[in-house]
Design a protein around this ligand. Structure first.
Ligand code: ASP
Ligand code: MG
Length: 413
């Protein structure tokens, strides 16, 4: 007998029919003797609609009332799921965030979970009642409804799994797992059986959209095994049809490279002839940080004359113009030329085996060179190498790296 938290995303509860399909899976888990807690998102598209309603009335609306409105989508699916489970002969009841309670801090619209007293849920588990918990929402200490930020119900599920010490947290979605790269771009992409939390975090941060990065962080901190699987597949979670995201120690055969990711959502900013003196980097990046601009890949050249140097970094495309205006207003940068290049892509390879193998960077750079792709900047971490290239070579680079690192699924493409 296992304790499992199962979460259904918006497309998996998009209408009463889909909810019944999800309820069948919960029933199958219970029949196997498992104790289950269910977490649901709002029906696909509903939260967007609710956000839009708020903005129609007041684009800068009060975050307390914004949360009261946008949390309501999950109330509907929670009740409907409990009804569908009751129809299948199971005891079940719904829980809103405040009823669990999921106690959050006061940052409305992007609240963080402080604690989850487990008594109410333990009570359900002991009495074979399937608790159906609203994802995405909680309650602040002052008793107001709060939400965790868009995509937050993955985080709800993992937090509950940690609170009741579940054996696994199954995230049902519309894809059947995590892939070595984007299967829409590379038909030879293959589904990963297992990835480590660290790899998944890098992949999520780099654009693999299957899981909310915060939920992966939380799963790693609490050591909750996660599974991503499709609710459109007839199999249930306990048959392990999806991708398991687990601690590195639980992966026997560590792949050197497990994934190739890309993002076209960044712009490259180049500052020419920046005065080369102590404190200059801080005086550039501190104001950007204060303006909420997230800076990635940073490269600073050595100064040929000891007086000035060039600096390159990336920011989200949507923030490029604001970056330029913040920097132009700085006294230290008067006379410095600021260039923006929007036609770039960041291509990354990710793998935990990388930290103990040499030659990975060489393979990456040689492969790009063989395809006549120029590298504009490079960054690395223990388990990742990212390069900036001309956007028009994105697909070529991803495909070439995918096969260079032997990730191509045989017999496809
Ligand atoms: N319904 C919320 C959203 O669309 C939370 C979630 O689905 O994860 O952002
Ligand atoms: Mg989601």
């Amino acid at each position: 007998m296992s304790r499992i938290v199962v979460k259904f995303g918006g497309t998996s509860v998009a209408d009463p029919n889909r909810i019944e399909n999800a309820a069948d899976k919960v029933q199958a888990e219970v029949r196997r003797g498992n104790k289950v807690i269910v977490v649901v998102s709002a029906m696909a598209g509903v939260t967007n609609q609710l956000v839009d309603y708020c903005q129609q009335i007041d684009p800068g609306c009060d975050p307390h009332e914004y949360d009261a409105v946008v949390a309501s989508g999950e109330q509907i699916t929670t009740g409907l799921m409990a009804l569908a489970l009751q129809k299948r002969g199971l005891s079940s009841r719904s829980f809103m965030g405040w009823q669990v309670p999921m106690i959050c801090n006061d940052q409305h619209g992007r609240a963080r979970i402080d604690e989850i007293p487990p008594e109410n849920l333990e009570n359900c588990l002991d009495n074979d009642v399937v608790a159906v918990v609203a994802g995405f929402q909680g309650v602040s200490r002052s008793g107001r409804i709060s939400t965790l930020g868009r995509g937050g119900s993955d985080t709800t599920a993992v937090a509950l799994a940690a609170a009741v010490k579940a054996h696994r947290c199954d995230i049902y979605t519309d894809v059947d797992g995590v892939y070595t790269t984007d299967p829409r771009m590379v038909p030879q992409a293959s589904k990963l059986e297992k990835v480590s939390y660290e790899e998944m975090l890098e992949m999520a941060a780099l654009g693999a959209k299957v899981l909310h990065p915060r939920s992966v962080e939380l799963a790693m901190a609490w050591n909750v095994p996660l599974q991503v699987l499709s609710s459109f597949d007839p199999k249930i979670g306990s048959e392990l049809p999806g991708t398991l995201i687990v601690a590195e120690e639980d992966i026997m055969e560590k792949q050197i490279v497990n994934g190739v990711t890309y993002t076209r959502n960044e712009s490259k900013i180049t500052l020419l002839k920046v005065p080369d003196m102590p404190g200059i980097a801080a005086s550039i990046f501190a104001p950007l940080g204060e303006s909420g601009i997230n800076v990635d890949v940073i490269v600073q050249n050595v100064s040929p004359d000891g007086k000035t140097t060039d600096m390159t970094f990336t920011v989200p495309k949507g923030d490029a113009a604001r970056t330029k205006s913040v920097l132009s207003s700085l006294d230290q940068l008067q006379g410095v030329e600021i260039r923006i290049d929007n036609d770039i892509a960041k291509i990354s390879i990710v793998g935990i085996g990388m930290s103990s193998h040499t030659g990975v960077a060489k393979t990456m750079f040689t492969t790009l060179a063989e395809n006549k792709i120029n590298i504009q900047a490079i960054t690395t971490s223990e388990i990742k190498i990212s390069v900036l290239i001309d956007e028009k070579f994105t697909e070529l680079a991803v495909r070439a790296l995918h096969s260079a690192f032997d990730l191509d699924q045989k017999n496809v493409g």
